[in-house]
Design a protein around this ligand. Structure first.
Ligand SMILES: Nc1ncnc2c1ncn2[C@@H]1O[C@H](COP(=O)(O)OP(=O)(O)OP(=O)(O)O)[C@@H](O)[C@H]1O
Length: 379
């Protein structure tokens, strides 16, 4: 486990994000989508955390909440110990003296950047590569001369393999390949001198052959720019690639909750949560072939509705290990082995009532044989 000395750069404290949405089929009223529920997570300087889970489990919502783009319905987001939303609302946009603490809202915004799956949305189609990259430098290092700015931009373009830089600098986004656009978007985000970059499915639109290359580039640039990454992906193999070289962590999300988080070694080679085991089974690059089973270790493929999440442990409707105790209360995410890994599953608690309760059958009912009901006349 990495030695994560020092205070966290970013702390998510019991964060929930619920969306109200209109009901379908013209029904009156609204319903509440539980996109994220009660997630706590610390991210440190030069850290990498990869969030993995199936579509709709709340990865993007949590990522946007971490960088202060999405307001949490409950809980707090702290940047270097300072409440992000209090700062935004205190009127201290530019002036740290007027903000709720040491950092102004503008400083926090600059410190928390994002690159998207579609790099086109991070780059202005009317700007050449050079003007896109000059923008953050002009803003954050106004004292830099034009010649130095150009030298910095050309140097970085060459560093990421876009040579000759003079040629690439004059191009517009539509004159670049998807991989080149993503490189420019990454450099642009890094030139803001951020403490953290949210990379939301940032490589999934690239050809498979380019993905490892882009992740390696992210890691090399992390060393140069001293930044942290919050990387979002539905692919556990990519999360492993990115985190294992950098002593990072992989967090597994299920239906709005963080259910397990640990080092890539812990998550890939010794998964504890039954849902992590399902994700591993579904990732052919990582599946242990000698132990491979033909069917996924899951009772049903149906994903519950985040509008009406299951009671107790949210995974109990699909979990092959579920017992009645899992329907009654929700396991907390805790480090029970003292090795830094946190898991939310009663199976990790040796003396939990789970072990005495009845397994659930495929239809979600207790498998304990029911005693015959007595009728009024005693039949
Ligand atoms: N603005 C919104 N209004 C209503 N519901 C929303 C909103 N944004 C997200 N959701 C819902 O919240 C849940 C979590 O969505 P989110 O995009 O965070 O998941 P995700 O894990 O990133 O999914 P994907 O991998 O498909 O991008 C989903 O059920 C989604 O439909």
């Amino acid at each position: 486990m990495t030695d994560r000395r020092g205070d966290p750069l970013l702390s998510l404290q019991n964060v929930s994000v619920h969306f109200e949405k209109e009901r379908l089929f013209g029904l009156a009223g609204s319903e509440t989508v539980h996109a994220v529920d009660d997630v706590s997570l610390d991210i440190y300087e030069n850290d990498i955390v990869a969030l993995v889970g199936e579509s709709g489990c709340g990865k993007t919502t949590l990522g946007k909440t971490a960088i202060g783009v999405q307001r949490p319905t409950e809980g707090n987001v702290l940047y270097r110990g300072q409440d992000v939303w209090e700062t935004k609302e205190s009127g201290g946009l530019f002036d740290r003296k007027e903000s709720a603490g040491e950092y102004s809202a503008e400083e926090i915004r600059r410190s928390l950047q994002m690159i998207h799956q579609d790099p086109g949305s991070s780059l202005n189609s009317n700007y050449t590569v050079e003007s896109s990259l000059a923008d953050p430098l002009k803003h954050w290092q106004p004292e830099m001369s034009e010649a130095d700015r150009r030298a910095r931009i050309y140097g970085l373009l060459e560093y990421v393999g876009m040579a000759p830089a003079e040629d690439y600098a004059k191009r517009y986004p539509h004159q670049l390949s998807g991989g080149e656009q993503q490189r420019v978007a990454l450099i642009r985000a890094l030139l803001m001198n951020p403490d953290l970059i949210l990379a939301d499915e940032a490589i999934s639109a690239l050809d498979v052959s380019l993905r490892a290359e882009m992740m390696d580039l992210m890691l090399e640039l992390q060393d140069q720019f001293n930044t942290s990454y919050l990387y979002i992906s539905h692919d556990l193999a990519n999360a492993k690639h990115l985190t294992q070289r950098a002593n990072g962590r992989i967090g597994i999300m299920y239906l709005g909750e963080l259910v397990e988080i640990g080092t890539p070694e812990q998550i890939i080679h010794d998964p504890q949560h039954p849902y992590t085991k399902v994700l591993l089974w579904a990732t052919s690059d990582l599946r242990n072939r000698s132990e491979s089973v033909p069917e996924p270790p899951i009772r049903t493929l149906d994903i519950p509705d985040p509008v009406d999440p299951p009671s107790g442990c949210r995974f109990h409707t699909r979990c092959p290990e579920a017992r009645t105790a899992c329907t009654e209360s929700c396991p907390s995410l805790a480090d029970r082995e003292g090795d830094g890994r946190r898991t939310a599953c009663f199976r990790n608690e040796a003396d939990h009532a789970y072990w005495e309760s009845e397994p659930l059958s495929d239809d979600g009912r207790s498998e304990k044989p029911q005693a015959p009901r007595e009728t009024a006349d005693g039949d």
